[in-house]
Design a protein around this ligand. Sequence first.
Ligand SMILES: N[C@@H](CC(=O)c1ccccc1NC=O)C(=O)O
Length: 270
Amino acid sequence: MMDVSGVGFPNLMGPHVCALQELENQYCPSRWVVRLGAEESLRTYSQIGIEATARAQATRKSLLHVPYGDGEGEKVDIYFPDESAEALPFFLFFHGGYWQSGSKDESAFMVDPLTAQGVAVVIVAYDIAPKGNGVVAAGPRASSSCSLCRHPGPDGRPGFFLVSGVFDLEPIVYTSQNVALQLTLEDAQRNSPSLKVAQAQPVDPTCRVLVVVGQFDSPEFHRQSWEFYQVLPAQTLCQGAWKASFEELHDVDHFEIVENLTQKDNVLTQ
Ligand SMILES: N[C@@H](CC(=O)c1ccccc1NC=O)C(=O)O
């Protein structure tokens, strides 16, 4: 991690200010989008998500705003394939946005191509910061700033796609993202998947994990994904280990990875 040792002291010296600016930059995914300006990339992402969601609700059987907890934001939208069946493979999607933006109402990107293949899609909403603060800090959804997808596939085997995530939360404490999150250093450490995963075992021994990051994601986002992949207990080391793989997706940025899930022939959708 970068040297941010000056943080919190009244006399911030030049090098510390530089380190903080660099950290801010590294943890602002929209600044790393090459095809568009930062603000336009966020607008485009949201627009594609809103359109995909409207299309999904207009064309697919669905159950909307189904509560799964006591929090006001704790709802899921479920989209079904045309053919009904007693048991369906399903795909769960947890949207990104640094636990302070994004919603299920603009996140149904993959509904069209997946339901067309007989897969049910569940888009999960949760209370975002500042409202859902304590819950976010304590819950498994802290495992990724971006998107976490759980997918028991057509073969019945469960798996996770961890998409451009943040697994070591400590650097976030020193960025403007923490204005809404209000994570203490202790919160950040206690909830960092990179620190917890050593003790975690998959419930299902065939569970697979794919850690993906976009080519144009920042070096810190690359480091986050790569290091998390490295600390996932390897298949050969212990019983019940994760079958993990790592992939840098070619020619895409942080937002395009998810936007492209609207396309049936996209590599990740496939
Ligand atoms: N402040 C961040 C926002 C951000 O990362 C984001 C915003 C909306 C939806 C998703 C996001 N990031 C990860 O999924 C940025 O400007 O890149």
